[in-house]
Design a protein. Structure first.
Length: 319
């Protein structure tokens, strides 16, 4: 449908904590002069930050059709993302039902993942694919961003505790070089998809990461930035999955959960067993963003306090 630039863009998932993409996306949309309406389950410090950016916050739930229908009033554009957790199929079906009830048929940008495939070993990957199928079957106008890269923020969420404690981290990716992207750049892809859909040639796209690194190479980069040796150890899928489940029981931010543990450990195992991965493409990402992507080194240096062992001092600056 034709978008009225004075109508609010509905952002679902702006309070998510993995990558902080929602808050950045809201800020960018506001900087572009667009009205933004954020759906949030409860009011919190995070919603206060979004309101400070000029967003309208409405309380609702992706599992409550009536609250979604109310949030969709006057909406021509919507951004839909779901946490790395169980429940996305029900959420997508509820959203689709609310859209059909309201009758406005907003163009919806879905922030998805590369593993959104019907036969992927990740349970969340299969569920994400099915959720997108549900929205398509409902007749929604979609632009799906299946980001084919690991987020820089994974290193903080999944590994910072063991790096601080042991100067080491483990996972099931072996020593394969993977494409990486920052949460900020992923959010910028969402902004581009909402405001400049002509930059995307198809309704389902696979944005590439900006750089490729193995976890061994990342450990070496961390060692240089922190000024102390940090090592990476490849482990089996089950070993890492259990480590993440244990982490989920102590994670104060409640970002890591058992579904995420199965998801990311199965991706690592598939990659280490030879599953193909999209190569990084700095130029393609830069062309969509309209600026240079965030580098791995700059990300690690700017977030050093969140991962580096506390008993060491910085000896090498970002470069």
């Amino acid at each position: 449908m034709t978008s009225d630039p004075t109508n609010p863009i509905l952002v679902i998932g702006a309070t998510g904590r993995h990558g902080n993409t929602g808050e950045y996306l809201v800020g960018r949309l506001r900087a572009e002069g667009r009205a933004v309406r954020v759906l949030a389950r409860t009011r919190s410090e995070r919603t206060e930050k979004l309101e400070a950016l000029g967003a309208e916050v409405v309380v609702g739930d992706l599992f409550d059709r009536a609250s979604l229908a109310a949030a969709l009033q006057e909406v021509d554009l919507a951004y839909f993302t779901y946490p790395i957790a169980a429940g996305v199929v029900t959420a997508a079906a509820t959203y689709a039902a609310a859209v059909r009830e309201v009758g406005r048929r907003p163009r919806t940008v879905v922030m998805s993942m590369g593993p959104a495939q019907p036969d992927h070993p990740s349970d969340l990957g299969k569920a994400q694919w099915l959720a997108e199928q549900v929205m398509e079957w409902a007749g929604l106008e979609l632009l799906v961003l299946r980001v084919a890269a690991l987020f820089h923020e994974n290193l903080l969420v999944l590994h910072s505790q063991s790096i601080r404690r042991e100067h080491a981290f483990r996972n099931s990716f072996s020593d394969v070089a993977m494409p990486w992207i920052s949460g900020r750049d992923a959010a910028e892809l969402g902004v581009a998809a909402l405001l400049h859909p002509e930059r995307f040639e198809t309704a389902v796209v696979y944005p590439r990461g900006s750089q490729a690194y193995s976890h061994t190479a990342i450990a070496a980069m961390m060692s240089e930035i922190a000024g102390t040796p940090i090592t990476f150890e490849p482990v089996t899928q089950e070993h890492w999955r259990q480590e993440l489940i244990d982490l989920s029981q102590t994670d104060g931010a409640h970002v890591v959960n058992p579904a995420m543990a199965q998801h990311i450990s199965s991706i690592g195992h598939a990659v280490s067993a030879g599953a193909p991965a999209f190569p990084a493409d700095w130029d393609a990402l830069q062309a969509v963003l309209g600026r240079a992507p965030v580098t791995m080194r700059d990300f690690l240096a700017s977030h050093r306090a969140e991962w580096a062992p506390a008993d060491e001092s910085t000896t090498v600056a970002a470069g």
